[in-house]
Design a protein around this ligand. Structure first.
Ligand code: GLU
Length: 559
């Protein structure tokens, strides 16, 4: 299907020019009293603006064009926040002559009930403004991990052993509910240990941090996840290892978990024969977990009155819950969004529960690879034996990767590769510097945004003769030859202003091109001549002569 590149400039400029802070119409002609009385002078509504933006000069909009443009913003037609719009669209199209085309009036009718969300989307106000380009990078990372063939599919129960090692899917959901999926993202798989953070979050949400941690520690254990071992206070080390997760299961109620999943609007395959089989298999192969359970019972790790064997059953059932990458990405996004589900707007978990959960995922979420993962990827994550990885980029998005082949430490081979590549490309690592590290991409900003700021800062420093600012820019590996919209460089500006020190710094320390031409064909020497800065003229001339004699050729001149 064709991708329509909607030009939103009209939309943005009309809207921002409409009013200044005093509420007065600035750029539009003032309405006459007669116009006001007859109501013939009306500022375009948000619905009108959206129509103009999508229609691109046409009188009508084919519905698929609107839907394609909507998809490019990251919103899905199935998003519950767009229900009214989609229902009205369906009804409206039934009554049109061709079943496809919407005129302005019909279009407005369809979008009006969700106009705030739609306006945000089309004005690129979501956390990932350029969602299409971001998604295509994700697809590239997905493709490169697809080629990996290492790893073993878990086979301790038949329900896991049946999976093909070719299965591979990645879904993401941002805190604004923008969604993207690639690969086998509709295929159900068991949450297994990926359910541990959710269980813990529900426990803290229901009982508070203090209560939960009177039963469970917060330290990485340094031991295998299913080790029969407690900390020096005879408590499980943390909720991400089996012992801690079993105690967590004793603190929560079936009702709370069900409610959380429902609020998340997550499709989960919890009932019927499927879960019964998986649960039975888990239980039959769960000797180690029984051993842990009995040991913890002896050590009084459970709240008084706990029936340990039913807690274990609940633990096995929770491991056996099936999700898809698509549905689980909403859970991960809820953790990224401080506990509010991005697509329903409902608070599912308290901010305290989410913060605790992310901290523990960060330090203990990836089995015996947790330290390395925190070092290389720097993001909270939890993996499971079915090959799932729940990855959270706090305040930005949740990502779920799934591929059954596991490495020796029990993490999905393709999943780990994807997470590592993700932070190689984007500055999502917790300790990536968002202000100065220019080599990684920041999808939170519009492509041009960062560049424009950097050109302005550079040219302004050249204009004011601030060599120390320019030195800082050069040290942070900013391109010192950047041009503004008139193709003018810092050297043009410094030469025109007669700042000899700046000119010397740019030529000698930064080795910038001494003869760039701006859009009118002027070089820095032309500027210095025009404004009578003879000292600058001689610096530039000497530099050019020196360079042409030293390497025997003229310095390159950019067109
Ligand atoms: N059901 C598995 C167990 O309790 C979960 C394993 C995992 O995903 O880490 O041992």
């Amino acid at each position: 299907m064709a991708i329509y590149n909607i030009n939103l400039d009209i939309f943005n400029s009309i809207k921002s020019n409409q009013k200044d802070n005093s509420g007065l119409n600035l750029l539009m002609p003032i309405a006459t009293p007669a116009q006001l009385l007859t109501n013939s002078w009306i500022l375009p509504s948000l619905e009108d603006l959206l129509f103009y933006a999508v229609a691109e000069g046409q009188e009508t909009i084919p519905a698929h064009k609107f839907l394609t443009a909507l998809k490019a913003t990251g919103l899905c037609t199935g998003d519950p926040r767009l229900k009214e719009c989609m229902d009205t669209l369906k009804e409206t199209l039934k009554n049109t002559s061709d079943g496809v085309t919407l005129d302005r009036h019909l279009f407005k009718k369809c979008v009006q009930s969700n106009i705030v969300l739609l306006t945000q989307a089309f004005r690129k106000k979501f956390v990932i403004p350029d969602f299409q380009s971001f998604s295509s990078h994700i697809d590239e990372l997905y493709e490169s991990a697809k080629n990996l063939t290492e790893g073993q599919v878990a086979d301790y129960i038949p329900q896991l052993a049946k999976f093909s090692s070719d299965l591979w899917g990645v879904s993401l959901c941002t805190v604004d509910g923008q969604r993207h999926s690639v690969g086998d993202t509709k295929e159900p798989f068991c949450l297994q240990s990926c359910v541990k953070p959710l269980k813990y979050a529900v426990a803290v949400h229901d009982h508070g941090t203090e209560h939960v941690h009177s039963f469970i520690g917060k330290e990485p254990s340094g031991l295998r996840f299913n080790k029969l071992f407690l900390d020096e206070d005879d408590k499980p080390h943390n909720p991400m290892v089996n012992a801690g997760a079993i105690v967590c299961s004793s603190l929560i109620k079936v009702k709370s978990v069900t409610l959380s999943f429902t609020l998340l609007n997550v499709t989960w395959f919890h009932c019927g024969y499927g879960i019964q089989c998986r649960f039975q298999s888990e239980r039959e192969s769960g000797d180690r977990n029984f051993a842990i359970g009995y040991y913890m019972k002896e050590k009084k790790c459970f709240p008084d009155g706990t029936d340990m064997t039913s807690v274990l059953d609940f633990y096995f059932q929770l491991c056996a819950i099936e999700v898809t990458c698509e549905s689980a990405s909403v859970m991960a996004a809820t953790l990224a969004n401080g506990g509010i589900c991005p697509i329903t707007g409902e608070r599912v978990l308290s901010p305290e529960a989410v913060r605790n959960t992310l901290s523990l995922m960060h330090s203990c979420g990836m089995y015996d690879f947790s330290g390395q993962f925190a070092f290389h990827v720097g993001l909270p994550a939890k993996s499971g034996v079915a090959g799932g990885i729940l990855l959270v980029v706090p305040n930005v998005m949740g990502i779920v990767c799934w591929s059954p082949p596991l490495d020796k430490l029990g993490n999905s081979v393709r999943g780990i590769q994807f997470c590592t590549d993700l932070v190689e490309h984007f500055n999502f690592h917790n300790y990536d510097n968002l202000r100065h590290f220019a080599k990684k991409h920041d999808p939170r900003r519009e492509g041009g945004d960062q560049r424009v700021k950097s050109v302005i800062n550079l040219l302004f420093a050249a204009y004011t003769g601030d060599v120390s600012a320019l030195r800082r820019f050069a040290l942070s590996s900013i391109d010192m030859e950047q041009r503004d919209y008139d193709s003018r460089t810092a050297l043009h500006v410094a030469a025109a202003e007669g700042h000899t020190e700046v000119v010397r710094f740019l030529l000698e320390a930064c080795k910038v091109n001494p003869e760039p031409r701006d859009r009118w064909g002027s070089t820095p020497i032309d500027e210095a001549v025009q404004f009578g800065h003879n000292d600058v003229v001689s610096i530039l001339q000497n530099h050019l002569e020196k360079n042409s004699t030293s390497d025997g050729s003229d310095t390159k001149t950019q067109p």
